[in-house]
Design a protein around this ligand. Structure first.
Ligand SMILES: Cc1ncc(COP(=O)(O)O)c(C=O)c1O
Length: 486
């Protein structure tokens, strides 16, 4: 972790006090977030060129005041619960040694200060079933480098501001025809806006369509990235339960005043359920009757290993009820930060304005390279190869789980995606399982943080796309060691 604390060895203020003060200010200003791990006293002392005893003294002071907490064997973290009065005003770090001033956050800033935004500490783990990460080593990086350098050389315009904020027109054209071929999405390139990944799409949707107090329906359990974007605008979240056919649409129909609903119909996050055709039609019908907007997040629909793909909701929509979000984070790589919104015609103009105001445009160089990547057939080839690889990895994971846990494990969700959810028959708490697994160098995520109401517990999300056969088998063996003691 990069951790920079400017200290002044010539100043009158003792060094341990300076370190204490700087860390405290970083916590209060939100630069260090609750749950975030601090460097060890030894490594911080080394990087600052001061004694370890000095750093230890500062840490001890912060621990005693409730800014930090320690977990035996895992390190020192920013406290999850800071004293309430500290959360309302945020002192800003002053450049001089003068006294600190305080600023009052906007409604948006205050919403971000909410506990729902806590990040969990990131640990270094040998085998990590973290979800959502593709097989990085299989990405055709040499080809990508060639495409980037082709456009660097031949198009000086890739260095310039774009003509408009919707994105590179040939890329929007390529995406429109890809979506029509593979997802039965009905759109023209003029309905597509290129965005910096799905998260930017969710942020734009929240800012343009949500006011404080609006009732927004979300899947229960559901995707935190969407919920947090909605909460940041003061939304009231209304959870709708999910069963093995996806969202329980009947529970939605009986509720009034819902302005917008967020769904992941192709592969519900995190349960993996696929929304049945019957429910898709009911959902669309409800949206048309009630005037609500449906946000369809199609984040990993490319990976379906059996059965016929069900067309996207957007393609079944007879009205203007669906905003469709797609991302290249799963099919290519997340650091690319490219995705797209497919919008009803009447919303294109306002979203384009908001995109311009937010960041002008996505990087043109990557948009040019991606246009060729799609146009020359590499995208669909890569997806085919990854579909076969991830299918194998999923089968290995399922077999390993069954052979280690037998009927004590239930595999939830459809035969699709890059992660699966399991329910384990155990009396151990989720926290103890996750912590004990981490002690064995194994990363797994409990599903309970994805529930707004009480979760049933003993459910875990396992991402497998990035792990090879040996890692998957060894990971499941360690999980069995934690839970079954074998
Ligand atoms: C449900 C869902 N939507 C979207 C994304 C991708 O987000 P982005 O495109 O911002 O990388 C993820 C990533 O894990 C996800 O789980």
């Amino acid at each position: 972790m990069d951790f920079v604390i400017p200290i002044d060895s010539q100043a009158d203020i003792p060094l341990h006090r300076q370190v204490y003060e700087k860390i405290r200010l970083q916590i209060l200003s939100g630069r260090l977030t609750p749950g975030q791990r601090l460097p060890s006293t030894r490594s911080l002392a080394q990087s600052l060129g001061i004694s370890r005893a000095t750093v230890t003294q500062s840490y001890e002071q912060l621990l005693s005041e409730g800014y930090l907490e320690t977990t035996l064997g895992s390190g020192t973290f920013v406290c999850d619960q800071l004293p309430d009065d500290l959360l309302n005003t945020v002192p800003i770090e002053s450049t001089s040694s003068a006294t600190n001033s305080s600023i009052t956050l906007s409604a948006y800033g205050k919403n971000l200060n909410n506990k729902a935004f806590l990040r969990l500490p990131e640990l270094e783990l040998q085998i990590n079933f973290t979800y959502g990460r593709p097989a990085f080593d299989k990405f055709p990086i040499d080809l990508w480098r060639k495409l980037l350098s082709r456009h660097c050389r031949s198009h000086p315009s890739v260095l310039d501001y774009a003509n408009d904020s919707m994105g590179y027109q040939p890329l929007r054209q390529a995406i429109a025809s890809y979506l029509s071929r593979s997802r039965a999405v009905k759109c023209t390139p003029e309905q597509i806006i290129i965005i910096g990944g799905s998260q930017q799409g969710l942020d734009l949707i929240a800012r343009l369509l949500i006011d404080t107090g609006d009732l927004i329906a979300v899947e229960e359990p559901g995707y935190l990235g969407a919920q947090r974007a909605f909460l940041s605008q003061g939304a009231c979240l209304f959870p709708i339960s999910v069963d093995k056919s996806g969202l329980e649409v009947t529970n939605l129909i009986t509720t009034s005043n819902i302005k917008l609903i967020y769904v992941t119909p192709s592969h519900q996050f995190p349960t993996g359920a696929v929304l049945s055709l019957e429910r898709r039609l009911k959902l669309l019908n409800w949206a048309q009757q009630s005037g609500a907007i449906i946000i369809e997040d199609d984040y990993d629909s490319e990976y379906r290993y059996s059965g016929h793909p069900i067309p996207a909701l957007q393609g079944l929509d007879q009205g203007n009820s669906v905003i469709y979000i797609g991302t290249f984070s799963k099919v290519l790589f997340p650091a690319l930060r490219l995705g797209y919104l497919v919008l009803p015609n009447n919303l294109v103009h306002i979203f384009t304005r908001a995109k311009w105001l937010t960041d002008r445009q996505c990087s043109l160089l990557e948009q040019h390279a991606l246009t060729d990547f799609i146009g020359e057939g590499h995208l669909e080839r890569h997806i085919r190869q990854m579909r076969s690889l991830y299918n194998q990895r999923r089968q290995i994971l399922v077999q390993s789980l069954i052979s280690q846990f037998g009927d004590r494990v239930q595999i939830l969700g459809d035969n699709a995606g890059m992660h699966l959810m399991i329910k384990i028959d155990t009396y151990m708490s989720d926290e103890v399982i996750v912590q004990n697994a981490a002690q064995l160098g194994l990363g797994i995520s409990a599903a309970h943080p994805y529930y707004l109401n009480n979760s049933p517990g003993s459910e875990f999300i396992l991402g497998y796309a990035e792990l090879n056969e040996q890692q998957i088998q060894e990971g499941v063996r360690r999980l069995a060691q934690v839970i079954l003691g074998v």
